[in-house]
Design a protein around this ligand. Structure first.
Ligand SMILES: Cc1cc2nc3c(=O)[nH]c(=O)nc-3n(C[C@H](O)[C@H](O)[C@H](O)COP(=O)(O)O)c2cc1C
Length: 436
């Protein structure tokens, strides 16, 4: 247990960073969403820091009014990662691809191609997209939950079977005899399920890591089954150590139930570092970001709802009055305890928001040491196997994390000094896998 080290993921965001307001920060390129050179630069910086993989979340949809904020998923991940693959050498490349709005043959083929052209660095985050607007893009409705997860099982099994449809030594390439491949070792899979079927085989051989590494994200009890059965990595969103520990334990026991070694599945909670040379400066950075939010007023009322009291934007620069605070309480929102703690300290509403209490993942507002301390505490508590880092602002946040946080983690023995091998599977220390 002592030589356990973290897995780190660098999330690519939409070119700007996690925060909605990041595109307006001084120094940010406002057109970053289509600037492939920038994505490549971030990946190269991450590679310089020996980060195990870059990761692109995705859903096939424009899911927000972008009058005042960038879209969440501008570039199709497999294409973006193909460009990144050609400009990097070691870092893993994980693409989110939906099991609800695709066909497994296309997905198996595309991911395998990424795995081959990157020499075994591809990963697939298999998600069961449930966005109604995404469904409409395919002329469909969102299937109910049961169907989405049944379909996801069939989908992943088909993809894995297609990946394994070539014997590992099927390619002969003998120019003298003229034998190109051994067709006895390249077989149709003939798999049919309730929703999906495919004959196969694929037209391409195995990669250096056999096949892409499977990841999973979210989805309650059904998601745990998917993760436990197929995933080597799980992208998660707990807010505190007890929640993270409980979730990790659930995933691990689910893996065990399916006959797997729980150490072969890495739980990677999202984390948003907001780094500056002092905590005060970091809070100011976040306040500036909040100022650029399309709907700061909405955030203030949401903050109130999180602790069961009405809050008004008018009072954003005041502490919450004691009289109102007396009625405040924890709600079902797991982040409400932190909001209450900060409110009871007498912070203004703006300062409470600056701590990132409403964000989708924990926000660490502070110095590189403070970020490293947070990560160390979670990791040593066995609340996770690493983190999916989402810098608040990419243009400086990726490099600051790599150049200032990574060395601290390395010095503490919590993060590797060098890539363990050439493939994503080797970086992650998960077993070779080929086919079903
Ligand atoms: C941390 C996390 C990240 C997720 N990332 C994505 C994503 O990039 N794309 C996507 O379509 N769904 C994503 N999901 C959604 C899940 O795949 C799932 O659909 C969602 O949790 C809704 O649950 P349900 O499918 O069980 O109804 C994510 C979920 C979590 C918890």
């Amino acid at each position: 247990m002592n030589n356990r080290q973290m897995q780190l993921v660098m999330q690519m965001g939409a070119g700007y960073g996690l925060d909605q307001g990041a595109w307006r920060m001084p120094g940010a390129d406002p057109a970053a969403l289509t600037d492939m050179d920038l994505y490549v630069e971030f990946a190269r910086i991450a590679e310089r820091g020996k980060i195990q993989m870059v990761f692109i979340a995705d859903a096939p949809v424009l899911n927000a009014d972008i009058s005042f904020q960038p879209p969440t998923y501008p570039l199709e991940p497999l294409l973006a990662l193909t460009a990144i693959a050609r400009a990097t050498e070691r870092i893993g490349l994980v693409a989110t691809v939906s099991t609800t709005f695709n066909h497994p043959y296309n997905v198996a083929r595309q991911l395998k191609a990424l795995d081959i052209l990157s020499h075994g660095r591809a990963g697939w985050n298999a998600v069961t997209t449930s966005t109604a607007l995404a469904a409409l893009n395919f002329g469909e409705e969102v299937p109910d939950r049961r169907e989405r997860y049944e379909r996801a099982h069939e989908f992943i099994q088909l993809v894995e079977a297609l990946w394994g449809s070539w014997g590992e030594d099927a390619l002969v390439l003998d120019q003298t005899t003229g034998i190109f491949a051994n067709m006895d070792k390249i077989k149709p899979i003939h798999l049919s399920g309730k929703y999906l079927s495919s004959r196969g085989p694929l037209p391409i051989p195995p990669s250096e890591q056999g096949q892409p590494v499977i990841f999973q994200a979210g989805g309650g009890n059904e998601g745990l089954d998917l993760a436990g059965k197929y995933a080597s990595g799980v992208y998660a969103n707990p807010y505190d150590i007890p929640g993270a520990k409980a979730y990790r334990q659930m995933v691990r026991s689910r893996a065990q139930r399916f006959g797997r070694n729980p150490d072969d599945i890495k739980i990677l909670p999202g984390l948003i570092p907001s780094i500056a040379s002092t905590e005060r400066e970091a809070l100011n950075r976040r306040k500036q970001l909040d100022q650029y939010l399309a709907d700061l007023e909405g955030r203030v009322s949401y903050l109130g709802a999180m602790i069961g009291i009405p809050l008004s934007y008018r009072d954003i620069d005041q502490p919450i009055p004691g009289e109102l605070l007396r009625h405040a309480h924890m709600t079902q929102d797991p982040r409400s305890e932190r909001v209450l703690q900060l409110a009871l300290k007498g912070l203004t509403v703006r300062d409470i928001l600056a701590h990132g209490v409403i964000n989708y993942h924990p926000v660490i507002t502070g110095t590189p040491e403070q970020v490293a301390d947070f990560m160390e505490e979670w990791f040593l508590a066995e609340a996770c196997d690493g983190f999916a880092i989402q810098p608040d602002i990419s243009f400086d946040g990726v490099a600051v994390f790599v150049d200032e946080v990574v060395p601290i983690l390395q010095k503490r023995g919590l993060f590797h000094q060098e890539y363990e091998g050439a493939t994503l599977r080797e970086h992650m220390g998960v077993p070779y896998k080929y086919g079903r």
